[in-house]
Design a protein around this ligand. Structure first.
Ligand SMILES: [Cu+2]
Length: 365
């Protein structure tokens, strides 16, 4: 609830920023008329004008297209997690072990994880104000773990736990409210599996929540985006607030925590290239409910207790700083963006994010 209230407040702020920008607008910018969005102006905007690319190779920055225009985008998103954290403190592997009076009592100790996501997105401008978007993704997750059986026994490395497959599918309607503001509503369909399995200690379990591929629920994802462009079209800046609401519990008996995502950026164009700085903040709640199959991992006798099988070890807040660059040739654009967390707070005991990389290619026609 507090996240949703914060989402509403951020929307009011974005609205206020847009109203302020409209007030400062002079009538001396005729070249901007008819351009739906800086990131998608395909024609030259006259002397000194630049084609600006959306910093959409990282988080999606929602925008509209002119009627009849298509955009197809492929994006690769990589997340590298390494080491454990509790709250905002790092936790040494030696503080986690089984029945040996360590601060954290677990047999399985995650030490690192990589997430590879391939995203495919299609957009189409139905009218000059309304754009529809569809997005699918394919993911591959790998987790490295140590095992500790206590009683002074050593930490033993375990085979990498892997899951792979299609994730959830998103459909989104995007509406251009005015020159600066875009409102949108996404519906996420539960196409990603929540029943991936993984072997641990020679037994087959349903894999922990973070190794599953989807939310298992229909999710509503409203967003509001503010986008500004300087008079010479060289500078582009903006902000976006998005909320994810999991409508119900899934077949497994739980729902992932609702989340608030805020991002803001400043971008500068240099001829056919552009470079940007971006901040991205994410606040996600704990998992509500539990999956009785995943819960079996926590059984001290027949399981392999691992922190990520406990729904209390989910959610938290993270602020990332990112830098990116893009280049375009005609209808084709390429972009890459890298980032590291500036601030990271996790509920309970979790792996921490160490760096992220996004790279994409998009074509408009
Ligand atoms: Cu687009």
């Amino acid at each position: 609830m507090k996240r949703f209230i914060l989402f509403v407040i951020m929307c009011l702020l974005l609205n206020w920023a847009a109203a302020g920008a409209a007030d400062m607008d002079t009538d001396a910018q005729p070249c901007h008329e008819g351009h739906e969005h800086a990131g998608h102006s395909m024609d030259n905007m006259g002397a000194g004008a630049q084609l600006l690319y959306n910093p959409a190779f990282g988080d999606d920055i929602y925008h509209t297209h002119p009627a009849g225009m298509w955009m197809v985008n492929y994006k690769y998103m990589y997340t590298n997690m390494s080491g454990l954290r509790s709250g905002s403190n790092n936790v040494d592997t030696n503080s986690v072990g089984w029945n040996s009076n360590k601060p954290y009592n677990y047999m399985m100790i995650p030490t690192g994880m990589t997430m590879n996501m391939h995203m495919f997105m299609v957009m189409y401008g139905v009218t000059d104000r309304l754009t529809l978007m569809g997005m699918a993704n394919y993911q591959a997750n790998n987790m490295e773990m140590l095992m500790n059986m206590g009683m002074g026994r050593p930490y033993m490395s375990q085979p990498v736990m892997r899951t792979e497959g299609f994730g959830d599918t998103e459909l989104r309607g995007i509406y251009k409210i005015n020159k600066y503001l875009v409102g949108s509503l996404g519906l996420s369909l539960p196409t990603g599996s929540i029943k991936q399995t993984a072997p641990m200690m020679g037994m087959e379990f349903r894999a922990p929540y973070d190794m599953q591929l989807g939310s298992g629920t229909y999710d509503l994802k409203p967003a509001l985006t503010y986008n500004g462009l300087s008079g010479d079209a060289k500078w582009n800046w903006g902000g976006q607030a998005m909320y994810t609401y999991h409508i119900s519990k899934n077949d497994g008996g739980y729902s992932l925590g609702d989340s608030l995502k805020l991002t803001s950026w400043v971008q500068r164009a240099f001829g056919p290239a552009a470079t940007w700085l971006r901040l991205a903040f994410n606040d996600t709640g704990r998992i509500r409910g539990q999956d009785s199959e995943i819960q079996k991992i926590l059984d001290p006798v027949t399981g392999a207790p691992s922190p990520d099988a406990d729904p209390r070890n989910y959610g938290g807040r993270r602020l990332d700083g990112l830098v990116g660059a893009s280049i375009h040739t005609g209808r084709l654009g390429f972009g890459v963006e890298g980032g590291i967390p500036i601030y990271q707070y996790v509920n309970g005991l979790q792996l921490k994010t160490s760096w992220i990389l996004n790279a994409g290619i998009q074509v408009m026609f």
